[in-house]
Design a protein around this ligand. Structure first.
Ligand SMILES: *[C@@H]1O[C@H](CO)[C@@H](O)[C@H](O)[C@H]1NC(C)=O
Ligand SMILES: *[C@@H]1O[C@H](CO)[C@@H](O)[C@H](O)[C@H]1NC(C)=O
Ligand SMILES: *[C@@H]1O[C@H](CO)[C@@H](O)[C@H](O)[C@H]1NC(C)=O
Length: 422
């Protein structure tokens, strides 16, 4: 990306004067062609024309130039060393004639400019003031469809077969936390709970029974299916997966990830390494973070997923073997739900991996959802960081608001101090 930009800048930086001069001519021609068809279709008169007063079609000649937009002199003034005024006049005549004779003017041919050469420079110049500054990390689009808070139509769920009141430093334990000894799983639960509270989503910590004849992670599928009966949207997170920016609503992330009104489920892609591809060559989706939406079709999908080991040939293998329900979904289930966007892939860099894996040099750094498969205790520091970032920010802005009271400037008051009002 960086290389491309530098290349483009270097190339367009040459012969700028000549290119701008030529760009002006092209711009004028574009503008004339555009306004001629516009004025003809929308206004019915050719305001912009400057034809011979004896033109046979007086409709196009009698009116003075009335719109400032229409005036050829209002063409954006590029800093050109040689504004080609003579070209403007010639083209005005030619175009006005063309309008009279042809209801739908064709492109204007001109021998005065080399179009192929100058179009790139013109376009670059047109967009230049709007180009996004490289140092500005914020880019705003208006393309999102999730524009209203979903509130408690969303439930954030944690599913665990092991949580117990007896475990110190866990949510169910009645004793206060010792924060310095907080475990990774509880760090995850707290992060999810806090996220739900911030945005008004429901939160549930669900203790599931062990699956009698399957690996424990299969409980996720059965519980997810149940949650979709009471809530329209279910955000499921493994205990080692945490939201890194608690201030970002899940609706915002759904916009970012192109979650559609008919999307059934969205999951993050796994790492781009050979074992993370299924036999058909598609990258595996990681079930450690997912957003499911209730619908009849989602229900069918959940049924098929849950009964996969019994009903789909070969799926039995994943009852006990890693990666269990995750493999079942990616190997089989998604191939039965192939309408566009029914199953949305979330980029691995956004919602899988973490900043610690491969010393932060890996492609998947869990930008929005940090999935700490090998660094499970790190959920606590990520929770700590996200809370502190918000807290110190709020404190700081509150201080700034009240600075006239909270700050006393004694730097110019000599000792012994007299009359410094605290
Ligand atoms: C336009 O018509 C006027 C009279 O109506 C005449 O004096 C003038 O010479 C004509 N101009 C051209 C360019 O034909
Ligand atoms: C699921 O898809 C497979 C092919 O990918 C097909 O053989 C099977 O019949 C489908 N199952 C259902 C229930 O649609
Ligand atoms: C404190 O007062 C000194 C002397 O009047 C002034 O130069 C300085 O800008 C003040 N500092 C602040 C932070 O207001």
């Amino acid at each position: 990306m960086r290389v491309t930009n530098q290349y483009a800048l270097g190339r367009w930086g040459t012969a700028w004067g000549f290119r701008i001069a030529a760009a002006v001519s092209i711009l004028v021609l574009f503008y004339l062609a555009l306004s001629s068809s516009l004025s003809k279709e929308l206004l019915g008169t050719g305001h912009w024309t400057a034809p011979s007063p004896n033109d046979s079609n007086s409709k196009h000649t009698a009116e003075p130039v009335s719109s400032s937009l229409a005036e050829p002199t209002q063409v954006p003034q590029l800093d050109s060393p040689a504004a080609p005024t003579s070209i403007i006049e010639v083209e005005v005549e030619a175009t006005s004639t063309a309008i009279i004779e042809q209801p739908k003017p064709t492109f204007i041919e001109s021998t005065h400019v080399n179009k192929n050469l100058d179009l790139p420079a013109l376009l670059a110049q047109l967009w230049k003031p709007k180009c996004h500054p490289l140092e500005n990390p914020v880019f705003i689009t208006n393309e999102g469809i999730w524009t209203k808070p979903l509130g408690n139509k969303v439930v954030v769920i944690d599913v665990d077969t092991r949580v117990s009141e007896d475990n110190e430093n866990t949510l169910l334990n009645p004793n206060p936390f010792d924060f310095t000894k907080l475990g990774g799983r509880t760090g995850g639960h707290l992060n999810h709970y806090l996220y739900a509270l911030i945005h008004g989503y429901d939160y549930r910590l669900i203790k599931a029974a062990d699956y009698p004849d399957r690996h424990g992670t299969w409980v996720k599928v059965s519980i997810l299916k149940e949650a979709l009966k009471t809530h329209d949207y279910v955000v499921f997170l493994d205990a080692d997966a945490v939201i890194t920016h608690l201030e970002l609503p899940v609706e915002w992330l759904m916009n970012l990830w192109n979650y559609k009104p008919h999307t059934l489920i969205a999951m993050a892609e796994d790492l781009d390494i050979p074992p993370d591809y299924d036999p058909q060559g598609k990258i595996i989706l990681n079930t450690g973070f997912l957003i499911a939406q209730a619908s009849e079709r989602t229900n069918q999908m959940m049924d098929m997923w849950e009964t996969c080991p019994e009903k789909i040939e070969g799926c039995n293998h994943w009852k006990h073997n890693w990666a269990h329900e995750q493999s079942a979904f990616s190997y089989y289930i998604r191939y039965n739900f192939t309408e566009p966007d029914e199953v949305r892939n979330i980029p691995c860099a956004h919602a899988n991996g973490n900043e610690y894996y491969e010393e932060g040099k890996g492609a998947c750094r869990g930008h929005f959802v940090s999935h700490n498969w090998q660094t499970k205790e790190k959920t606590v520091s990520i929770l700590q960081r996200s809370v502190m970032r918000m807290l110190v920010d709020r404190l700081h802005s509150h201080f700034k608001d009240e600075q006239h009271t909270l700050f006393v400037n004694g730097s110019a008051t000599p000792y012994p101090i007299q009359g410094l009002h605290i």
